[in-house]
Design a protein around this ligand. Sequence first.
Ligand code: NAI
Length: 483
Amino acid sequence: FPKVRNICCIGAGYVGGPTCAVLAWKCPDIKVTICDLSQPRIDAWNSDTLPIFEPGLSEIVFEARGRNLFFTTDVDNAIAEADLIFVSVNTPTKTSGVGAGVAADLCYVEAATRRIAALSRKGAIIVEKSTVPCRTAESMRQILSATSPQEGAVFEILSNPEFLAEGTAVEDLLDPARILIGALDTPRGQLAQRRLVEVYANWVAPKNILTTSLWSSELSKLAANALLAQRVSSINAIAAICEATGSNVFEVSNACGLDPRIGSQFLKAGLGFGGSCFQKDIFNLIYLSTSLNLPEVAEYWAQVLKMNEWTKSRFTRGVVKKMFSTITRKTIVCAGYAFKKDTGDIREAPAINVARDLMEDGACLRIYDPKVTAESIHESLKGFTYIDWATASAAGPWDLPQAGTYTICPSLDAALVNASALLFVTDWSEFKGLDLEWWTATHAKMTKPAMVFDGRDILNTAECAHLRKIGFGVEKTGVGHAI
Ligand code: NAI
């Protein structure tokens, strides 16, 4: 394999876009072409408004774009020119057929592999960047050798799972805790692995570049996400006990996290995890365990997902209960809709469950999020009635609103006029540290009794006390009422 000079990335999504943009920015000698079948997505990458929001990303893209970074829908040409190809397509959970609801749908990986087989250069290195089931590289190899027009072609496939977190993608990519590269233990496999190590070595310290077998690398990604999600479910299980016993989960997690064997990260109780990965990757692990005839293992990981679902519905049940067991035609403000701060992504966001459950119970929901597009909110709430902001805000307090509807609001302040409750659903920084004056003015314009439900640790203990003094009813997930 020659030194890598030309990289193609198939899939311009949340992973392919930022990963390869940073790579291009850090390696000006390498031509990087990110390609996708979606014309609107590529058009957005080539415009002033990128298709995804990540702090620091636009600066990097604007600097490298047109220099050594290119976005195109000409997938075939990008593959044909490349000496290293990242496969960064989506791997969602199957919705029908064998393994529906648990197995990964590998149709996009297979389609990309077939194009690579048909068009790639002799000796091109293929890299799995997508999160895939263990031993997917073997299936890819079979497809490549069986369908390539090259006589006796041998393809080298590496596994290089991505560990970035949305919202901190650029930071994670510039200074990764580790880069993992798995390869077959053959001279060719090892050489291909070295070529990819050389690319990352342009900005990542050698001690942070791990090389393993292909199968360990594939499994490590699933294991890492399962372990992270398990911490969230564990602390949420403790949160429920805290509420029932009058203790405070944030004090408990701080006390536990200071033990270095436990660690403080990812022990934040709240509304549960969201995002496109945790659920699907655990399903993937459950499917793998079941197919390996390990039902106890499958059940163990299934419980992590069960706890997450329960956490989300427990929040909604708590809201209904505290609002005198009826929320019909009550105006409830959903502050935040993204699955976490600093992203516009709502895939598997707890906000969707909360919004749907509250509307099914008759609430008139007002949604405000600084980054999520109206289009994606509509997509997630199909089947529910939308009332536009002009109509909703023109209605007086005497107009009986229609039960089970939603409105998208231009600001949090506007949303709160005549509202009965404010729900913190995403941990956006702009919701934190709102001063007393703001809270006093907000209380004055809300319908009484005005309630605040904090599902994202927005309010500290002193703020909760201040709010109660102003007259708010305050409920914070994981914090029981001390007696
Ligand atoms: P995404 O859905 O945002 O992007 C995937 C893109 O691939 C789409 O734009 C789609 O049009 C394109 N695509 C599909 N088939 C194609 C083909 N044959 N040719 C060209 N383009 C094609 O997905 P995302 O979030 O970027 O995830 C990609 C993979 O990375 C998944 O396996 C995911 O599990 C994994 N991952 C995601 C992370 C995240 O935070 N989103 C983090 C780490 C890994």
